[in-house]
Design a protein around this ligand. Structure first.
Ligand code: UDP
Ligand code: UDP
Length: 464
């Protein structure tokens, strides 16, 4: 809107978003902020935790447009927590302890902006206390996973009361409304041990999710149609759920072009399987060896983002040591490329030489694969990845899951079928092509994601 004459231009609506730690949370929230700015003229402040103020995060935040500000909350002392505390527990504690500081930040934003809503992400529901104290009119929750994950969280308080024992010991899969039945051991890892504070935190968050005016989810209907149908008619007392995805990371932008993309340029059309386990995943040594042998056996070209096995901190020099005859990795075929630590993943997935993705099933990676029409081989590790793998391989059939035994022959077979589009791989490829189309359509004018976000912004701006 333009100012006319001497009248002051009305201030744009502003939203404050709390980003709990992890690039997998920051990226989709930043994409949401970009869309709000571009389509609705809504400006945003992304509020991050000091514990994750990494260089990657800082440069990512600095690259955002002027409509999107960012600030970091002060550091919090968590040294009283036991050494084995899970990441979920750490994030939850950090969030709860930051309520006073966040109240100050939100009160400040109320004075300097036209603050119409507050959005907290996954483990951030305790921060609603700050929004209430600061008098922010509307409180929303952003769920960076999918509707299956959200359904499990929303049902946890009642399961907690009704289910004796642990998920991992259940003889029958867990059946929740609209969800693919999930075998107990595949239910998200934060639910697996009732004696861990992390489990109690999840029950606590689940209860507080009900305080949000609505829950925004980074998914789209076609990838989990039944869950979408069920959640579109929330039970009484449950907030409405809006599927606003897929929100995926835009390309790397100004960065110098990565060498692996030059390598991909030289490979035939759809001939390369991309192998990556996300920002935090690494494999035990045994599994790494079996994967290397399985990739070799598959006869496919591959691009593998290699991390050192499990407990070591950096890339293991062995992977480049072709003279070590005892190391199975030394027998890797010369049709593959190993890249240490990190690649610009969306650009790799967008490249025409990429024909498949062996993926840990982190939800951002799955969405990126679907948006680029890349069929998947599922190799889940932790968090909600195992239930994502079940949903993708048993539900919408957009991935083939590597059997739990993870033998090289099984790995090779799954990779070959997906790459060649044979056997079950044919179905996977056809389904992924359909999902790619559905993902694109959701984001178009009149598409489901666009319409949902329009409705949310209408609510935000109706009275303020
Ligand atoms: N809480 C905690 N550690 C935990 C779980 C919860 O300190 O592992 C805190 C949490 O911040 C909350 C309180 O304990 O303020 C009660 O949480 P709970 O989920 O047990 O109860 P409810 O949400 O039903 O009040
Ligand atoms: N990613 C990347 N390069 C890598 C590994 C990961 O760009 O080498 C990005 C990936 O594109 C995705 C995010 O990091 O956007 C990982 O999020 P996801 O939810 O898939 O998994 P997580 O890292 O949280 O396990």
């Amino acid at each position: 809107m333009e100012a006319s004459g001497t009248a002051e231009a009305p201030r744009p609506p502003h939203v404050a978003m709390l980003v709990t730690p992890g690039m997998g949370h920051l990226v989709p929230l930043a994409e949401l902020a970009k869309r709000l700015a571009a389509r609705h003229g809504v400006t945003a402040t992304l509020i991050t935790f000091a514990s994750t103020a990494s260089a990657t995060q800082r440069s990512f935040l600095a690259s955002l447009s002027a409509a999107i500000s960012s600030m970091s909350l002060p550091p919090v002392d968590l040294s009283d927590l036991p050494p084995g505390a899970t990441i979920e527990t750490l994030m939850s504690e950090e969030c709860a302890r930051l309520v006073p500081a966040l109240t100050g930040v939100l009160s400040g934003l109320r004075e300097t902006t036209r603050l119409v809503a507050y959005v907290a992400d996954l483990f951030g529901a305790d921060s609603f206390d700050a929004a209430v104290a600061a008098g922010v009119p509307r409180r929303y929750l952003f769920h960076p996973g999918n509707l299956h994950g959200l359904t499990f969280i929303l049902h946890l308080p009642e399961i907690d009361v009704s289910m004796p024992g642990e998920f991992r010991d259940l003889a029958e899969p867990v059946r929740l409304p609209g969800c693919v039945p999930i075998p107990g051991p595949d239910v998200m890892s934060s639910f697996q041990d009732k004696s861990d504070p992390c489990y109690r935190w999840m029950v606590h968050h689940a209860k507080r999710y009900l305080e949000s005016e609505a829950i925004l989810v980074n998914s789209f209907d076609a990838v989990e149609p039944e869950a979408a149908r069920v959640l579109s008619h929330p039970e009484p007392g449950r907030p409405p759920v809006y599927n606003i995805g897929p929100l995926i990371r835009a390309d790397a932008g100004e960065e110098p072009r990565a060498a692996c993309l030059d390598w991909l340029d030289r490979q035939p059309h759809k001939s390369v399987i991309f192998v990556s386990f996300g920002s935090g995943g690494s494999l035990p040594t045994e599994e790494m060896h079996e994967l290397a042998l399985g990739l070799e056996l598959s006869g496919q070209r591959f691009l593998w983002v290699v991390r050192s096995p499990s407990d070591e901190g950096s890339v293991n020099a062995n992977y480049y040591d072709a003279e070590s005859k005892k190391d199975p990795l030394a027998y890797l075929p010369d049709v593959g490329l190993l890249v240490p630590s990190w690649v610009p993943q969306t650009e790799v997935l967008a490249h025409e030489a990429t024909g498949g993705f062996l993926v840990h099933c982190g939800w951002n990676s799955v969405l990126e694969s679907l948006v680029h029409g890349v069929p998947m081989v599922a190799w889940p590790l932790f968090a909600e990845q195992r239930q994502n793998a079940v949903m993708l391989s048993e539900g919408v059939k957009a991935a083939m899951r590597v059997p739990a035994t993870k033998r090289k022959e099984e790995i090779a077979a799954a990779v070959r079928e997906v790459m060649a589009g044979q056997g079950k791989g044919a179905q996977v490829r056809a389904n992924v092509a359909a999902l790619q189309k559905a993902a694109m359509e959701a984001l178009l004018e009149g598409g489901a994601a666009t319409t949902a976000l329009d409705e949310v912004v209408r609510k935000w701006t109706r009275e303020y």
